[in-house]
Design a protein around this ligand. Structure first.
Ligand SMILES: NC(=O)C1=CN([C@@H]2O[C@H](COP(=O)(O)OP(=O)(O)OC[C@H]3O[C@@H](n4cnc5c(N)ncnc54)[C@H](O)[C@@H]3O)[C@@H](O)[C@H]2O)[C@@H](O)CC1
Ligand SMILES: [K+]
Length: 510
């Protein structure tokens, strides 16, 4: 699914009005009626006080349309006009007039702090103050109103965007922004909905297709995508009946150290659960029995060292090598990674201490084969590329890093971002139950396995991240967020693959 900018959406709005031969008021009616439908579906006529806060632009116009429909359906609605300017938009004005069709109560005007209404925790608030037209931070009494709404703790639904959130930049530290419980956004997701610094304002997100011109939308160029089931299904390669284990890749996982053998065990388990034909591990001697007992399906090669890897078996012919989990950063392990990069021509996935070694020995970056996949969490990323000013700056820095070193970077987080040169793929599966030890080791195993099965590294990263999240969703459905352990995520990868083809769950989740 394409992620579009505010400019692209406004343009799509204009083109659709022209091509469909409708007025902008008609488009607003269509969009806002869909918002009403969603609210009505949830409230089911409940007699709770609904307070709608409308700005004076088109976002406010949407709010007025929603108000009209709610009043018509018998809801207890109070409409407030947040009069931050006298430049009311045409479609706001016509819908302001149309409220007369359903009520004699004119909207209450808010022009200063004294006009703020009392808000009870049990009220249902609709935030239609600002949408994608926001072009500067909210200030003065309007900022105070936003705080007043947030402080009320009342359930808040934002129309198109939580008011105060820009679609293309991170707000300042003290910015006034509605903390929505639910956001119903039009046509395409916006990047800020997924960034760590801004995602919390959005609450649960639903994108509503308001019927903008498909041809125009299809032709819009973007390098940023939201990844859901529909996006990954075409990437999946069916297994052939006439095949054998040699067709599904031989992966080599190198790493582990005394006390940290569980990490490589998880990675190898995940690789096999993702379908690798053969899985070998290169580990310190201390891990031999652990792996042979814990994962009889895997083969084990041991390093001369007992407690850490210090070397790499240069004549080993793997389809892909994964290095780093549990490896530590001792100079012997640095040597191991160096030898791997100098001697092997297999594609490489680098995780955890492998990344820390790269950060401390930047000259090794030059040895990475093209399209290696690096899977840092934010702390590892910071060590690798330096500090960023905000999330947008971070994305620019990672894109530059990806281009310079010709690598694919997977930034792990609530929404994992896969960055390949200019392109950004934002993952939309997964849940907070996956914030648990070893979850990242499993992800590396999944991605490594897919590369071994001949997926292009960037495809392996995007598909692997999605499957990993989906497996976490399956695990948490059974075990609850708290109960999920990394081993469960590894164990359920096969179910996640099956789940890709299940329509029913797809509709629920995306
Ligand atoms: N683009 C689309 O696809 C559609 C858009 N619609 C709605 O239209 C909205 C955009 O409407 P507008 O462009 O009128 O913009 P908004 O309603 O978001 O904002 C209104 C105006 O407020 C002013 N403003 C911006 N920041 C301000 C600030 N901090 N303090 C005071 N004034 C400020 C600007 O002049 C802006 O145009 C969308 O978010 C959506 O809700 C829908 O009605 C239909 C379809
Ligand atoms: K809004």
């Amino acid at each position: 699914m394409k992620i579009l900018s505010a400019e692209q959406l406004s343009e799509a709005d204009k083109i659709s009005i022209e091509k469909q031969g409708i007025t902008s008021e008609k488009l607003m009616e269509r969009a806002a009626t869909l918002v009403f439908n969603e609210i009505h579906k949830r409230l089911q006529g409940a007699p709770i006080p609904v307070k709608i806060f409308c700005g004076i632009g088109n976002n406010g116009g949407d709010g007025l349309v929603v108000a009209r429909h709610l009043i018509q359906h018998g809801y207890h609605v109070t409409v407030y006009v947040v009069n931050y300017s006298d430049k009311r938009s045409d479609d706001f004005l016509s819908n302001y007039e149309r409220l007369k069709e359903v009520t004699n109560d004119w909207p209450k005007l808010i022009k200063k702090e004294n006009d703020f209404p009392d808000i009870d925790t049990g009220d249902f608030l609709i935030d239609a103050i600002f949408g994608i037209g926001l072009n500067r931070p909210i200030e003065g009494w309007v900022a105070k109103l936003v705080k007043h709404m947030n402080d009320s703790q009342a359930f808040t639904l934002s129309v198109d965007m939580p008011s105060g959130l820009f679609s293309d930049k991170v707000p300042g530290e003290k910015a006034a922004i509605i903390e929505a419980d639910y956001t119903l956004s039009f046509q395409a997701p916006k990047l800020v909905f997924f960034l760590p610094e801004t995602m919390d304002y959005v609450g649960d997100l639903q994108i509503i297709d308001i019927g903008l011109d498909r041809e125009f939308l299809a032709g819009l160029s973007t390098k940023t995508y939201l990844i859901n089931k529909d996006s990954v299904l075409p990437l999946y390669k069916q297994r052939k009946k006439n095949s054998h284990k040699g067709d599904y890749g031989h992966v080599l996982i190198a790493g582990g150290s005394y006390g940290k053998m569980g990490s490589v065990l998880l990675t190898a388990t995940a690789a096999l659960r993702t379908g690798s034909g053969l899985c070998s591990l290169y580990i310190p001697k201390c891990g031999y029995e652990i792996i042979q007992t814990g994962l009889p399906e895997a083969m084990v090669l041991t390093d001369p060292e007992n407690d850490m890897v210090s070397d790499y078996p240069e004549d080993f012919d793997a389809d892909v090598v994964c290095f780093g989990m549990g490896a530590g950063t001792d100079k012997k392990s640095v040597q191991a990674l160096k030898k791997l990069l100098e001697t092997s021509d297999s594609p490489v996935v680098i995780d955890a201490d492998g990344l820390n070694i790269l950060s401390a020995n930047m000259e090794l970056l030059g040895l990475l084969p093209e399209n290696s996949v690096l899977t840092p969490h934010p702390g590892e990323l910071k060590r690798l590329i330096g500090e960023w000013k905000d999330d947008f700056h971070k994305l620019e820095m990672v894109k530059a890093f990806s281009k310079k070193h010709k690598v694919v970077v997977v930034i792990k987080g609530a929404h994992t971002f896969t960055i390949n040169r200019e392109e950004i793929f934002i993952n939309n599966s997964g849940n907070p139950g996956m914030a648990t030890a070893g979850s990242g080791d499993v992800l590396s195993g999944v991605i490594t396995s897919l590369i071994g099965q001949s997926y292009e590294p960037v495809v392996a990263a995007v598909l692997g991240v999605f499957l990993h999240g989906l497996s976490g969703d399956i695990s948490s459905r059974e075990l609850g967020y708290e109960g999920v352990m990394a081993g469960d995520i590894a164990a359920n990868i096969g179910r996640a693959v099956k789940d890709l083809f299940s329509r029913e769950m797809k509709d629920q989740e995306n």
